[in-house]
Design a binder for this molecule. Sequence first.
Ligand SMILES: [Zn+2]
Length: 233
Amino acid sequence: MWYIINFVFGALFGSFLNVIIYRSVEGISIINPPRSFCPICKTTLKWYDNIPILSYIFLRGKCRYCGAKIPLRYLIVELVPAFGFLIHSLFFSLPVTLILNSLLFITIAVIYIDLKIMMIPDFAWLIVGFAAILDIFLHGELFLRVIAFSTVLIILLILKFRYKDGMGSGDIFLMSAFSLLLSIPLAFYMMVLSSILGILFAIFKKSKIIPFGPFISLSGYFLYMFSIIFLMR
Ligand SMILES: [Zn+2]
């Protein structure tokens, strides 16, 4: 039963993520209008057009009203958290599952939003911050975390003021929140890993501007998971 709840909640959160991603990128309010609508014909969707995963499959990826193609992204953003939450609940304890679920949630949001509009939404680092507080109750290490947090923050602030075009404030908030969650030494691995991934991305894309958010979130999410598995926390 617990596994099914996680799967369903993952799909529901994925559906909510689609709304957040679409509205953040378009610059419209997340809560207004309250009902979802087709981005092409603007028809307000009925509840049965909006069932996570199932509606996309039944409508064969098309709007019921105007026939416009719904991007495959909508299905992926519902499937990944559904299976992700399920896998977390199969292998980890309840509090760790909740932390991993929230990390996966913000990772998907940051990947789509930061790559599209080069901005990290504030809820991302706030959620990682809450996850860190929960993890302090689970695994302690308050002192080490404060050292990891302040060291990472100082390094990032120095980099920001030396190289003006380097990191955005969103990157700094997100990386600092993750270092509070990951503690020593993982916070430093996260810093190195996300920088390497970001630079590789920039080389591959031949881009001068690096959206670091996706790589910070991915590194933080996987390193937290590895820390639970291999350090037997
Ligand atoms: Zn439509």
